[in-house]
Design a protein around this ligand. Sequence first.
Ligand code: AHR
Length: 540
Amino acid sequence: MTARTLTTGLVGALAPTSTGSRPLAPRAGATDGPARVVIDLDLPGATISRHLYGHFAEHLGRCIYGGFYVGEDSEIPNVRGIRTDVVEALRALRIPNLRWPGGCFADDYHWRDGIGPREDRPRMVNSHWGDVVEDNSFGTHEFMDLVELLGTEAYVNGNVGSGTVREMSDWIEYLTRADDSPMAALRRENGRDEPWTVPFFGIGNEAWGCGGNMRAEDYAALARQYATYVRDHGDNQVTRIAAGASDGDYAWTEALMRAIDGLEGRDGRPGPFQAISLHYYTMSGPWEDKGSATEFSDQEWYRTLSRAVRAEELVARHATVMDRHDPHRKVGLVFDEWGTWWNVEPGTNPGFLYQQNTVRDALVASLHFDGFHRHADRLLMANIAQTVNVLQAMILTDPDSGALVLTPTYHVFAMNAGHQDAAALDAHLLLPEEIAEVDGRPLPLVSASASLRADEGTALVSLSNLSADEPRTLVLDLRGRSVTGHEATVLTGASTAAHNTPEQPDAVAPVPLTDVREHERGLEVTLPPHSFATVRLDLA
Ligand code: AHR
């Protein structure tokens, strides 16, 4: 882990000064009339890949151990050691992919330590996260078992920082090769006959920091080399993801794009890597004091939401660097770490990154998704950090009772699930008030995005009211298709800091939104203060 600064400045001369047609933030204009969200239902844009709703599970704190994995002897109901309740909750979200084993842990991880009989597996020190001893009881087979139980796809993150090319090459062979190759035979010895499918493979992580403290050009050369040996075995076609920039480090993205300029992989895809990652975390304070998850002022509320909106600007600017090298958008941008990062809950291990999750986290998530939908043409994948008990989690589990709580963020993922693989629709905001600035950045107090499922004849509209204390009435100005029905759902709580606990698991939970009326332009919706809502439209 490396300390990072939350600057808003761009890096050096490589910072794009223009983003062409890419929006840096929600498109908002002024109006004399009521607040409106204008949606052309007959102008579908890029497909919103389901992989934008991806997840991340690192060997960190209680994410794997206690979160996903309790071992076969646990009293907590499990399948081969994997918690049944966690699997059921995540299956309901239709999570499209899961990244593992890190994060910073990935560049310390040697996969051979995590195969074979558990009692024979060597131990290691998890130096990034609490300096605890890792017994490697959750390894490759356990992870792929979890992937199968979840009905999701694997994103395995390899080790460049302290691993070898051969180690990485052997891992993908072990995972995906069918015949009697040395690694396939080893996998069979360990009880798995059939190869697995691994569509995504990370070439190290945060190489500028915990992944080796490298310079951009040095890592770019290594990424080319390592990715070359992550081979496609049989039918398994891998998207290789180079470890990308943090925040506004556009020079890093530029170096990676230059490294593959004009190169082609064997199958006509860009090569040797096909995607580049990006990491950005939202905090309300500086790195040294990120702010409390549950105790915050209105000022911190708005600052946090403003910083969440910045994620879209980062996507737009990194995408613009990529557009210059790759105008046909064959290289994917993978935002594989995003979300809130608060001070840990008092009394918990500072290395375990356990934090509560409030209505504020829910709106941070909804704002990210609105931005992701607007850049669906370049964004291939995004992974919130992290799924269980770490950072902006979907699920919190009690270390003593084992009780499971679904967080407000979980509910945003559930309410937005209908956007997966749908076509993005432009949702243009027209607001009667002057748009406020927070820390020099405009922050409209409404956010919206929409998508169309032409095959089903439905559209989904997501709406966020960022006001801490005012309700908001919005006209959905629906053009191009007739609307024959609607169903609206809202997520909010008694305060901006409302959150769920084992005692009050539904303090923040979705309920039907009844404040929806027909309007000459479409529908009129009233959102409570600090709320997120979705409106599903049936189209003629
Ligand atoms: O998600 C926690 C950590 O944040 C990851 O391990 C690392 O990649 C980033 O610094």
